[in-house]
Design a protein around this ligand. Sequence first.
Ligand code: PLP
Ligand code: CA
Length: 302
Amino acid sequence: PAAAAAAAQPLLNPDELIDSVETFIFDCDGVIWKGDSLIDGVPQTLDMLRSKGKRLVFVTNNSTKSRKQYGKKFETLGLTVSEEEIFASSFAAAAYLKSIDFPKDKKVYVVGEDGILKELQLAGIQYLGGPDDGGKNIELKPGYLMEHDESVGAVVVGFDRYFNYYKIQYATLCIRENPGCLFIATNRDAVTHLTDAQEWAGGGSMVGAISGSTQREPLVVGKPSTFMMDYLATKFGILKSQICMVGDRLDTDILFGRNGGCKTLLVLSGVTSLSMLQSPNNSIQPDFYARGISDLSLKVAS
Ligand code: PLP
Ligand code: CA
């Protein structure tokens, strides 16, 4: 095992961190909002960072919405954020396929919700599947054979509340039988917080089902994989050492920042508590931790 990372420090001098980077990447759920509620102090902190000339980027592993749909969500919450500043894992899947020049005559089979379909459409990539797929009768009489489209060149799997057995079988046939068919996951979050009363099965559960039947590991485009970080660094022409990744989750956000060689700030406004951070079972340490992003606005008493 690698040597243990230095223990995270409380954020005592926010200005020092702010001055040391030019870009902040913010995770969304647990950092900017919780479900549909804005987290306290967020607008003021984003305004302060913009007034200091910092570039702000928003990254989410939730693939159910497109960039445009997230743009509306920011607007509804009273935040001025443009679509070009938003990088959801739905967009990441489409951006990845574009980056490899996914052939125009091939199609993508989507296990996932509307966000992925919208982003593929914008990227000019043909697709089938999506939330409404399946629910069709599978008659397991002798000789029954499920057909599948041989022009499917990639299966993209994300969070799907309409997941079913038909989708598993269709995706499995494409991946196992179409030569060179890619298996792409938007994210592998084990759980998500659809309500604050309990944890719910996350995108990793759908990905796991198809990994189980195909015995293949997917290529992940969301956090903590480096695809998005490399994409952002190239797109904006930024050095990763000039980025601070801010998130509420250790195994996605903080690992994403660390894998990318960025500075990292864990906020305790989401799914991670101080005791989880400091548990001997946790090996992922951010550089700093704070109660929420509004701690970035705190002034050090002089
Ligand atoms: N996936 C789903 C389905 C979600 O509902 C959420 C959070 O709402 C996430 C992933 C994690 O999102 P984020 O990366 O913004 O924390
Ligand atoms: Ca989060």
